[in-house]
Design a protein around this ligand. Structure first.
Ligand code: HEC
Length: 404
């Protein structure tokens, strides 16, 4: 999935421009608000209007650094944001925080107060009466975008058939073409698609976990004053009603929580173009494995699964599950309390999204065998009764590495 770079100009040109400002800008330089905006995000236009309004409020001149998170070479998880916040701007706008996520450290970065709320929505044709997943006709096909949280919702709705597409516009195109009965997509992408294609859908907020997000700006410790000024400007734009207008129709004005701990914890959805690790909300064990691990599969299944894994998965995940193009599927970093995976979460990814090049194409019993192999490799014992597809889809046994 390598994508072309749409960077407006090379980094060295940018560095030269900054050097010129430093050399000739002089000591009397006006106050400046510098922001980074993701030009490939559907909220890019909204973010620039917001930045203009905040700069006007602060009496500062605005400098915008555009970057493209679709550019895989440049984006490398949080490290990339650290680089942006450290070098290219004082505030990185439009970062989505999952309101239900178990906290994921933002590293050294911090987040402003949320300035907007948005999230994943259920999208149906204009005449549809279904307003929630359980109101869709039995056996409905539902389009979703690869590796976004809504992929997890199929585990609780076994009669719905996933149709996985790589990008949000393709997911919505599948619905528009009548290939699916519904789609589950990042709301700002729906707004963009309708505007671009003159399409008209019904849109309903999803009630499921990991569907609601706050938008915040990220900053590093050196830019705390810029963040405080941003929070203050947002509060004032909120009070005057201007914020709601700036965010419409992409998002709603963010709440102003009473100073709560905003020490930068985040889960980044894939729509925002960085990998999200889908997780369940609750952590039944809350930490290191304590009780004896359950026997969920037979050793015959694990042996068959090993062969299937070598045939269909090892080229990306490594023959010893150590990770290559895809992440490692074994060990304390994969099956960790922090990742908070349950058997059904992993099995949903495996059976719906893998192999990444041909998702969902293997027979059910082969997916189950592969799951047995993954359990074995993460230290779960074999037992007398075989794992079934339905059990694996429902199992909320936590996946915590127990050694081999
Ligand atoms: C063509 C490469 C490729 C193949 C083949 C492939 N995967 Fe993956 N897999 C990936 C990538 C890339 C990711 C990470 C996706 C992301 O985060 O967006 C991934 C993610 C996963 C995850 C989630 C891991 C996590 O920590 O979030 C699991 C589980 C998984 N793959 C299992 C499998 C299994 C089982 C097979 C074989 C049936 C398989 N994969 C085949 C590339 C591949």
């Amino acid at each position: 999935m390598t994508m072309q770079s749409h960077r407006p100009f090379p980094r060295c040109a940018w560095a030269a421009a900054i050097a010129a400002v430093l050399l000739y800008g002089g000591a009397a330089a006006a106050r400046e608000l510098s922001v980074c905006i993701d030009s490939s995000s559907p909220t890019a236009a909204m973010d620039s209007h917001l930045a203009q309004a905040v700069a006007a409020h602060e009496g500062a001149t605005l400098r915008v650094h555009k970057y493209d998170s679709d550019d895989n070479d440049e984006v490398n998880g949080m490290a990339h944001f650290g680089k942006l916040a450290g070098h290219d701007c004082s505030l990185v706008l439009g970062f989505p925080l999952d309101t239900d996520a178990p906290p994921t450290a933002l590293g050294t970065l911090k987040a402003t107060r949320p300035y907007a709320h948005t999230g994943f929505v259920l999208v149906t044709p204009a005449n549809s009466k279904a307003a929630a997943l359980d109101q869709l006709p039995h056996d409905s096909k539902v389009a979703v975008t690869y590796m976004t949280p809504p992929n997890l919702y199929f585990a609780d709705h076994p009669d719905l058939q996933p149709n996985v597409e790589l990008h949000d516009p393709e997911t919505l195109a599948a619905l528009a073409a009548g290939k699916t009965n519904a789609a589950m997509v990042w709301y700002p992408a729906v707004v963009g698609y309708q505007a671009d294609h003159g399409a008209r859908f019904e849109v309903h907020p999803l009630q499921e976990r990991h569907a609601r997000f706050d938008l915040v700006a990220l900053y590093d410790a050196g830019h705390a004053p810029a963040a405080a000024a941003f929070d203050e400007a947002i509060a004032s734009l909120h009070a005057s009603g201007e914020l709601a207008k700036l965010l419409s129709p992409y998002a709603e004005a963010g709440g102003q929580p009473e100073g709560g701990d905003r020490s930068a914890m985040a889960e980044r959805p894939r729509t925002a173009r960085v990998e999200a690790k889908p997780c369940a909300t609750k952590s039944p064990t809350g930490g290191a494995p304590s009780s004896a691990p359950p026997a969920l599969y037979t050793s015959e299944q694990a042996t068959a699964g090993k062969q299937k894994f070598l045939d269909d998965c090892s080229q990306c995940h490594g023959p010893n599950l150590e990770g290559r193009a895809g992440p490692a599927l074994k060990g304390p970093n994969f099956a960790s309390a922090k990742a908070d995976f349950h058997v059904r979460d992993i099995f949903t990814i495996v059976a719906h999204n893998m192999p990444a090049t041909q998702p969902g194409t293997l027979p059910h019993d082969e997916y189950v065998a592969i799951m047995a192999f993954l359990l074995q490799q993460n230290g779960y014992p074999a037992g007398p009764s075989p794992l079934t597809y339905d059990e694996a889809m429902k199992s909320d046994v936590p996946l915590l590495y127990r050694g081999e």
